[in-house]
Design a protein around this ligand. Structure first.
Ligand code: SPV
Ligand code: MN
Length: 628
């Protein structure tokens, strides 16, 4: 006689653990758990509720199983990923699609049936001898319009621990919602581990995303971006939900910019990796709500946003006391922090670019490390990996806007910012003429130059619309169409801005200082409320010199020179036209479902630039437009 899922769970789980599952009234959950416990075949099973004891159990297991080690400062631990498991594995991350479904050339897909067969084979009996952790979390604030429940199965106490730092607990939400819970599912196994407790079988590393059942499978990897279900794995699923339901699930920070007389204005910002996303959201004058993922919904005609997460999985490379005083302080206090892939010496973490002397031996992602050590490819191994990270709750940050983080209705979004790494085309800051102009010429046209942090040649521009390309699970055209319609329906549309922190002169010198972004933020805040005028150019509105001069003095106590303004905000017609050509070609040749409006808006911008060139010259001073 076939037994029911709940009967099977009763057989497999210790009574104490079974009780925790039995009180959740959701047969889909029971079925899912029974199916995967049978397949993974763990030797031990732990179900985590929202209690402190259960969380403490996970923390202890991470140490006991050797995935984390305690450091000198209380609460600090270190985790190492395999030397070749230091970043998201783009090649082996695939969206599973049924026959006949075409998501376009930018999305890595695999036949659904084949993919499911392969991943289930890889996962069969993979947890024999291991402990399975069953965890419940929610995306977005609890019991709100944003809330999406999720269940995570993993045999990695490090992954489980990370999720407790990064997400809101969801066990009570599952109990409350019962059969109403429309939840996401994540199944992860680190696979066989080596003597340093790192995933060993990287040749069998796979991350497969099944849209139909809203399940993500991840195997033979530990790096957070490949394993932490609620982060980039869930992101693929929520993008699809958002497009289907008419809201936005974005790769964006959420921050508060403080305006005059205590005014609070909230901004979201999308930037590709290493383009200033974290440093913007953590800038000392303002307040952070989130640094990576945002949900934005239409609430009575207002765009309202919430942080999907409650913690930070941040890049540690280059963080120093001077430029990042807040993060520095957090990393040097007894907070609960997991450092990953940094250098450890005498229980202390070190990383490249920290602005302090780094020991010339210790332990890092390559094992025992000494200065000059080379890897199997003959490359010198730096003290810490460029993608080394820290994982910490947002609660640890003194500049957190806690009220905004917890608000069940989110916060009203005043502005949305797009930014990439661009040496010669976009001015430091500008405002779109309207929603559609911004979505198309700023968001959908976003490009970023490759850095030393990625493989291949430096300085090559890469197309990365809304900085979401790595995570898209719907065709680009459909995604953009949803964006445009979302804004059209709003009664009060956020203003759209584009920034560029990486402009250089003809000799390759930076045109801006690192902290100038503080001024751009204050200017955007004033623009959201119509407090300052702006200059109309062919590519949108740019700041007036007088306003920036005043803001530079106020915010940074800096004299802002007219010549600097003129150089920075010069309209560079040849580069701008070349960019339109590039972007148009990509959408014409590679994106089959591009909405017509995209071509029309690009064409209008091209016309405005050509007219301006005829009237003035190739490189036009902002003062020319001001006089016009
Ligand atoms: C990013 O690369 O955009 C990150 C880190 O936020 S990861 O979790 O790897 O996606
Ligand atoms: Mn990210």
């Amino acid at each position: 006689m076939k037994i029911t899922p709940i009967e099977y769970l009763k057989e497999r789980l210790e009574p104490e653990q079974f009780k925790k599952i039995a009180v959740i009234n959701n047969s889909e959950l029971h079925e899912f758990l029974a199916k995967y416990i049978k397949l993974l075949n763990p030797s031990k099973i732990f179900v985590a509720t929202d209690s402190h004891e259960d969380e403490e159990y996970i923390r202890k297991k991470a140490i006991e199983y050797g995935e984390e080690k305690s450091l000198a400062t209380p609460g600090h631990t270190v985790h190492f990923d395999n030397y070749y498991d230091q970043a998201r594995d783009k090649a082996n991350t695939k969206i599973l699609v049924p026959k006949g479904v075409d998501l376009g050339s930018f999305i890595n897909t695999k036949d659904r049936e084949e993919g499911l067969r392969e991943i289930h084979e890889l996962m069969e009996d993979i947890m024999v001898g291991k402990e399975l952790f069953i965890l419940f979390f929610v995306l977005g604030p609890k019991n709100s319009v944003f809330t999406i429940p999720a269940v995570q199965l993993t045999d990695s106490a490090y992954v489980a621990h990370s999720e407790f730092l990064l997400y809101r607990k969801g066990y009570e939400e599952f109990k409350r919602l019962g059969r109403e819970a429309k939840f996401l599912k994540f199944v992860h196994s680190a696979g066989e581990l080596d003597e340093r407790k790192r995933s060993k079988n990287l040749d069998k590393r796979r991350i497969y995303i099944d849209l139909e059942s809203e399940t993500v499978y991840s195997v033979n990897t530990q790096y957070g971006g490949n394993t932490i279900g609620l982060k980039k794995l869930a992101f693929r699923l929520t993008i699809r939900r958002a497009v289907k339901e008419g809201w936005l699930s974005e790769h964006m920070f959420l921050m508060r910019v403080n305006g005059p007389e205590g005014r609070k204005t909230y901004f979201t910002g999308a930037f590709p990796s290493m383009c200033g996303k974290t440093s913007t959201s953590m800038i000392p004058w303002e307040n952070i709500v989130g640094d990576d993922l945002a949900f934005i919904v239409d609430m009575k005609g207002e765009a309202r946003g919430a942080n999907v997460e409650a913690g930070v999985f941040g890049i540690i490379h280059g963080i120093n006391k001077e430029d990042d005083p807040i993060i520095w302080e957090v990393l040097h206090s007894p907070n609960e922090i997991i450092f990953s892939n940094v250098l450890i010496k005498d229980g202390k973490p070190y990383w490249t670019g920290m602005g302090e002397e780094i020991p010339d031996k210790g332990e890092n992602h390559s094992g025992k490390w000494w200065k000059g050590k080379k890897d199997a490819e003959g490359n010198e191994i730096p003290p810490s990996h460029k993608n080394a990270r820290f994982t910490v709750r947002l609660d640890a940050f003194p500049n957190l806007d806690k009220e905004a983080l917890d608000a069940p209705c989110g916060v009203k979004i005043g502005g949305m910012i797009y930014g990439g790494r661009d040496k010669d085309t976009w001015p430091p800051v500008r405002e779109a003429f309207d929603w559609t102009h911004g979505v198309i010429t700023m968001g959908a046209a976003l490009e970023s130059e490759t850095t030393a942090a990625t493989l291949g040649k430096e300085g090559v521009r890469q197309f990365n619309p809304m900085s979401i390309l790595d995570f898209l699970s719907v065709p680009i055209g459909e995604y953009i169409q949803n964006y445009i319609r979302f804004g059209e329906r709003l009664r009060e549309k956020p203003k759209i801005f584009a920034v560029n922190y990486f402009l250089r002169d003809e000799n390759g010198n930076w045109l801006n200082d690192k902290l100038d972004k503080a001024v751009w933020l204050k200017w955007m805040e004033l623009r959201v409320h119509g407090d300052v005028d702006a200059i109309e150019t062919p590519i949108g509105y740019i700041p007036k010199y007088e306003d920036l001069k005043r803001l530079f003095k106020q915010v940074l106590n800096k004299e802002y020179k007219r010549e600097d303004y003129e150089k920075q905000f010069m309209i560079r017609v040849p580069e701008l036209l070349a960019k339109i050509d590039r972007i148009e070609r990509i959408y014409r040749e590679k994106v089959k479902d591009t909405p017509e409006v995209l071509f029309r808006v690009l064409e209008e911008e091209r016309k405005r630039l050509l007219e301006a060139r005829k009237k003035y010259e190739d490189y036009i001073s902002p003062f020319q437009f001001e006089r016009a």
